[in-house]
Design a protein around this ligand. Structure first.
Ligand SMILES: Nc1ncnc2c1ncn2[C@@H]1O[C@H](COP(=O)(O)OP(=O)(O)OP(=O)(O)O)[C@@H](O)[C@H]1O
Length: 247
């Protein structure tokens, strides 16, 4: 079960943004859908422990990651949350093997290929990265970068996987392939996934429940099929949201 009730006020002088997110879900795969600037990334950052809400609670499968009333705020590395950011966040000066091994052992900047622990090698095999272990991120494709980032994230055995627009950097053909791969991965892993997407097709394939965000708030929750149906008749995420709110 995913329980999130957080608020945070962001201000940079003239501009103020208020994040006020409340959602509870039994679904194992949820999508956050909303227009640019609506608060999706801020929400994931709060869950990952990279941004601290002013108040509220974040509880994942009974484990409290943040609870302002009880003074609980686990550090990012104590949360067991894998966060795959839009640009995949690979270190350009480290090889694929070093990138994958990086989070497993602090200070481990120079791992030899054979030194990758079993939990990392499992994902190297699963994502067919064996031949790329000595390559650098600049020398591999977008889909391969994504697999490396996923392998790095999953090797840490997270209790929750956060995906920020996991397919946005890929061309149409690769996008469809990776969509199927991530969907297959989700059914193999028994960990909850929260993903951000602008694409109703991604939501339909990768989520069981969609939470629509607008201006820092959840304005609607629906089945991914309902989102896809409304999106067909709308040309922007904002129009889709307006149609969903009326439906
Ligand atoms: N320090 C800040 N002060 C004021 N507003 C901020 C600050 N940091 C971020 N914001 C605002 O927070 C809002 C939410 O940002 P966020 O990155 O979560 O949006 P998003 O929904 O992920 O957008 P996108 O889909 O474009 O990535 C934006 O409107 C942004 O301008």
């Amino acid at each position: 079960m995913i329980e999130i009730a957080i608020s945070r006020r962001l201000s940079n002088g003239s501009q103020v943004f208020v994040l006020d997110i409340e959602l509870v879900s039994e679904a194992r795969r949820i999508a956050l859908f909303g227009p640019s600037g609506s608060g999706k990334t801020q929400t994931l950052q709060a869950i990952a422990g990279l941004a601290r809400p002013d108040a509220g609670r974040i509880v994942i499968d009974g484990v409290t990651l943040f609870d302002s009333e009880r003074g609980v705020c686990l550090r990012a590395r104590e949360r067991g949350v894998a966060y795959l950011q839009q640009d995949y966040g690979l270190f350009p000066h480290l090889t694929v093997a070093q990138n994958i091994g990086f989070g497993l052992c602090r200070g481990w900047l120079n791992p030899r290929r054979g030194a990758l622990p079993d939990e990392a090698m499992y994902w190297v095999g699963a994502f067919e990265l064996d031949g790329l272990l000595d390559s650098y991120p600049r020398d591999i494709s977008g889909g391969q970068k994504q697999r490396v980032a996923l392998a790095r994230a999953l090797a840490l055995k997270p209790r929750l996987l956060l995906l920020d627009e996991p397919l946005s950097a890929l061309d149409a053909a690769l996008r469809e392939k990776m969509r199927q791969e991530i969907a297959a991965l989700q059914s193999r892993l028994n960990i909850p996934v929260i993903l951000i997407t602008h694409d109703p097709e991604d939501a339909a394939c990768l989520a069981d429940q969609v939470f629509c965000i607008q201006d820092g708030r959840i304005v609607k929750s629906c089945h991914p099929r309902e989102l896809a149906r409304q999106a067909l008749q709308s040309s922007t995420p904002s129009m889709t949201l307006d149609a969903l709110k009326i439906a």
